[in-house]
Ligand binder design. Structure first.
Ligand SMILES: [Zn+2]
Length: 351
């Protein structure tokens, strides 16, 4: 089965972080774009335009004074927002372009212009909070996209899956009291930014709509596929999202310099297949991925390629393959899944 897969790809995303050496370098996207320029790849995708998110769209997640603070960095050669997060002259424009690119990717999927989409944008977003830049993130692209899906497309249930190495503390904060957005994160623990314990479950009406699965270093394809099948899938089917958004970080790649996980390109394709199946079962296939981390440039490029081919349906991880991979998870996986079931079951009896 083949899909129309949309991609957001725009060389203006290379214009942030140009003045210094940093793991979140423009070279990350340059390498992905180069892979897409290869004649065997580029023509397969539907181009989705980037655009700058408007002030109103960004204010659905960030405080006005914070946006002003970022705007004031425009034209400054270097400005340190936090020890990890530094702007260059065009960063404000590029950050707005990243958030707007995500909104357009969601629009593309909702309108049916594309069956699914991957916003290949930077800077990443999932650590950015209402008034705080952190962890290489300026505006929270996926949170701005989710809020737009609710405000403009009238959605009432948005699922955000965050498979980045790090906990998406900014995304969690944005929706901590909001039952319209179910946030599920897998992340290395202990690790940056230190949040994301299993006991962080949301608050007030949002209680039970934040699900965190912290993992020890060393987790590989089998454990991730197992978690997606045994925990994410039943919860998502019970939640019945109207769209599935993914904070797609590739710093869980086996060779990533910032992490200790062991996910391979095939593993990412398998996770994508679980999400495609879930989207098919719950929301007419609406699935939009947003690039977050991933700092091994060649590995990142290979993993994005594997995900894109799975989104197209050119490769197709079969049910047998997913089941056999999940079965390779060791006994520690059983203990982890048992703990997650116990923690989440009061809110998701299906577990
Ligand atoms: Zn990350």
């Amino acid at each position: 089965m083949s899909n129309n897969t949309g991609i957001v790809k725009d060389c203006r995303y290379l214009r942030h972080g140009t003045e210094f050496s940093h793991p979140e370098t423009p070279q990350r996207l340059a390498s992905i774009y180069e892979m897409l320029d290869n004649p065997d790849m580029g023509w397969k995708f539907i181009g989705i335009d980037a655009r700058e998110a408007t002030r109103e769209e960004i204010e659905r997640v960030h405080l006005p004074a914070y946006i002003d603070r970022i705007a004031a960095t425009a034209g400054e050669k270097l400005f340190m927002l936090d020890p990890d997060t530094v702007t260059t002259a065009e960063s404000y424009d590029v950050a707005r372009l990243a958030a707007g690119g995500v909104i357009n990717a969601i629009d593309g999927v909702v309108s049916g212009h594309a069956d699914n989409a991957f916003a290949l944008v930077r800077p990443p977003g999932h650590h950015a909070q209402a008034a705080v830049a952190a962890g290489f993130c300026i505006f929270n692209n996926i949170a701005i996209g989710a809020r737009d899906a609710i405000a403009r497309h009238g959605m009432e249930r948005v699922l955000i899956v965050d498979w980045d190495l790090h906990h998406g503390n900014g995304t969690q904060e944005a929706f901590y009291e909001d039952p319209q957005v179910l946030y599920l994160s897998t992340h290395q623990s202990p690790g940056y930014p230190g949040t994301g314990a299993m006991s962080e479950l949301g608050r007030g009406p949002g209680l039970g709509y934040t699900l965190n699965i912290p993992l020890r270093g060393g987790a590989g394809d089998a454990l991730y596929v197992r978690l997606f099948r045994d925990i994410l899938s039943p919860v998502a089917q019970a939640f019945r999202p109207e769209i599935i958004l993914v904070s797609a970080g590739f710093d869980t790649y086996v060779g990533d310099p910032l992490g200790e996980m062991r996910v391979t390109p095939e593993g990412f394709a398998c996770l994508t297949r679980v999400l495609l199946n879930l989207a098919e079962a719950t929301c007419g296939g609406r699935l939009a991925l947003v690039l977050e981390g991933g700092y091994h440039i060649q590995g990142l490029t290979k993993c994005v390629r594997a995900v894109l081919l799975e989104l197209l349906g050119e490769t197709c991880a079969t049910e047998e393959r997913l089941a056999s991979l999940a079965n390779e998870a060791d006994a520690k996986a059983d203990i982890l899944i048992g703990r997650a079931r116990q923690q989440f079951e009061p809110y998701w009896p299906v577990l």
